[in-house]
Design a protein around this ligand. Structure first.
Ligand SMILES: *Cc1c(COP(=O)(O)O)cnc(C)c1O
Length: 358
């Protein structure tokens, strides 16, 4: 009884749009939401009643399992508008596959592919005025799933809610970040949920990140939980190092999230003939490279900020600065990614997905 792909989506129209209440020139990331939201419930073994309705509060029992056991996963993706008014998404199939992979790890039922695209594309067309053209403007898309069954018994929920929220976003200069290399806390462990976009992974990062902030840093570079010897991720982004002219990044594992920006950067580097080494990177190697001047860049990669250059890092209370350069891999990959995302250049990889109003 899972004929969900055949279901049509119920649309409850808004009376009037809130778009004029939003200052698109001063957007704070993830703060404003569009007129609509998508909701679909899992009950009695199937996803049902897909609905697009006006954005607003939910009514959920305080006994819903998501509040007690954190059974929740999410995604982060973006939609873009080109100069002809066409709407594009970037590698959405990867986000779709990843939310189901995350769901599986958290014992959440998979969401059907057709319903994912139908819900997403129908809502993008309803909210299309919220996607502003121009490099840097985008619509941040937040798909998520929560466990809604009532009851505090520690077992997986038998009911879930899948939703999409849209938030208009601007290109923001994240500033050049300063990071602390983790020596004690961990984001993830072997056999854990680090490779899943589980809500709880973020909750676990806040406290160590606050400690870093108290010392004047912005983010933590996570190391392996066994020995704190290998560099794994930067905050909620994948992390790259440039030593001389070689690009280095850790291989994905069950501790490291398989980022779409990360694998796009690797593909671009290969296309551009930049030597890329996907292997474990030691903290000691980074310190050594910083001391002998061969460390040229560190940057984070993720959908929200795209590429985030790191200006300095601290390890064992010593601060290491990264010298400024005029031409960086970071700015080069950022431009190449944005050009493809905004339909400004050919897309040799087939990464762009057009949202058509058929
Ligand atoms: C989402 C996320 C990333 C970045 O993934 P993208 O697909 O590039 O947005 C990296 N690390 C963690 C821990 C994440 O949650």
């Amino acid at each position: 009884m899972s004929l969900t792909s055949q279901q049509s989506i119920t649309i409850e129209k808004i009376n009037s749009s809130n778009i004029n209440e939003v200052d698109f020139n001063n957007l704070e990331f993830g703060k404003e939401f569009t007129d609509y939201m998508f909701e679909c419930d899992y009950k009695d073994g199937s996803w049902r009643n897909p609905t697009i309705k006006p954005f607003g509060p939910l009514t959920i029992s305080p006994a819903a399992k998501v509040f007690h056991y954190g059974q929740a996963v999410f995604e982060g993706m973006k939609a873009y508008k080109d100069d002809q008014g066409k709407i594009w998404m970037f590698r959405p199939e990867d986000n779709f596959n990843r939310i189901n992979k995350s769901a599986k790890r958290l014992a959440i039922p998979e969401f059907p592919r057709e319903l994912f695209y139908q819900g997403l594309e129908s809502m993008l067309l309803l909210d299309k005025e919220w996607i502003k053209p121009g490099l840097g403007n985008s619509l941040y898309i937040r798909p998520f799933v929560i466990a809604t069954q009532n009851g505090v018994s520690a077992s997986p929920s038998d009911a879930y809610k899948f939703m999409f929220l849209f938030s208009p976003a601007q290109s923001y200069y994240s500033g050049e970040v300063k990071v602390v290399i983790a020596e004690h806390f961990s984001r993830s462990a072997d056999g854990g949920v680090g490779a899943a976009k589980a809500a709880g992974n973020y909750a676990a990062q806040f406290y160590p990140t606050n400690l870093a902030k108290e010392k004047g840093f912005d983010q933590v570079i996570w190391t392996d939980s066994n020995e704190h010897k290998y560099l794994e991720e930067a905050g909620t982004m994948n992390v790259f190092f440039r030593i001389n002219d070689t690009l280095l990044t850790a291989p994905v594992s069950d501790r490291i999230l398989d980022g779409i920006t990360r694998k796009s950067v690797i593909a671009l580097a290969e296309k551009d003939g930049i030597k890329t080494d996907v292997r474990k990177v030691k903290v000691s190697e980074l310190i050594e490279a910083s001391k002998n001047g061969s460390l040229k860049e560190i940057f984070g990669a993720g959908t929200a900020a795209v590429i985030s250059p790191v200006r300095a890092f601290s390890y064992k209370d010593e601060v290491y600065n990264i010298p400024k350069k005029d031409t960086t891999f970071a700015s080069r990959f950022k431009k190449e990614l944005l050009d493809i995302q905004y339909n400004l250049v050919e897309d040799p990889f087939g990464w762009r997905h057009e949202v058509s109003s058929k």
